[in-house]
Design a protein around this ligand. Sequence first.
Ligand SMILES: C[S@@+](CC[C@H](N)C(=O)[O-])C[C@H]1O[C@@H](n2cnc3c(N)ncnc32)[C@H](O)[C@@H]1O
Length: 239
Amino acid sequence: MTLREEIIGDCRLILGDCREVLPTLGKVDAVVTDPPYGIGAANGAAVGGTDASGRYKRRPRKYDGTWDDARPDDRVLTAIVNAADRHIVWGGQYFADVLPAGGRWLFWDKLNSMPSYSDGEMAWTTVSGVSVKKFTQCASGLAANRDGREHPTQKPLALMKWCLEFLPDAETVLDPFMGSGTTGVACVKLGRKFIGIEIDESYFAIACRRIEQAYSQPDLFIDRPKRDTVAETPLLPGM
Ligand SMILES: C[S@@+](CC[C@H](N)C(=O)[O-])C[C@H]1O[C@@H](n2cnc3c(N)ncnc32)[C@H](O)[C@@H]1O
């Protein structure tokens, strides 16, 4: 059931449960998503620091949630596969027993300098090719670029733009586990159409705001469409 729907530019954002919304949508060009992995990450990482007396204190967790306590059931994963011909599913190794044989695997190397739960993340894809491709961005410590994180498992925008470039023909991209809308922001920046579904009202609101901001703050470094520059280009030198 759709609880709310927002249209922002070329993005259609749906507040609802993707198990109910997915069967109501037609086929799209690609699904690019980051489902719950079932590893209890909805509470965010337990971090801390030393207080004035030098004693280590764990900081209160910023988030509170249970949505990552279980991975999506097999029927949702199958619906995701059937929703498009092209896919990028982050955390693919958690679903490898259900997902069909795919194409190339993508890897995000988090450059962790300290022992950590995981050195990086893998995406199952139906991108053609078999060799693994790697994106590198530090996720923790002083070198981390967290893009002003507002969601406990928010993906870096640069990562989502990078992976979308493997699907150059995908005009409309669906993310049924939208979270704070990073896939949508990446789509806006790359001129793609986007459909996002999110079950949590507060994350849905964050996604709406981030996508509105992506439209209102155009990226100065993005290639302008050719037609914008043609008119400004003099026909002859000096004209
Ligand atoms: C791993 S997070 C996605 C984070 C996202 N990639 C980002 O950058 O913000 C998965 C999201 O799926 C949402 N979710 C969980 N079950 C859902 C369902 N049945 N339908 C729609 N969204 C769901 C959770 O609330 C959570 O925000």
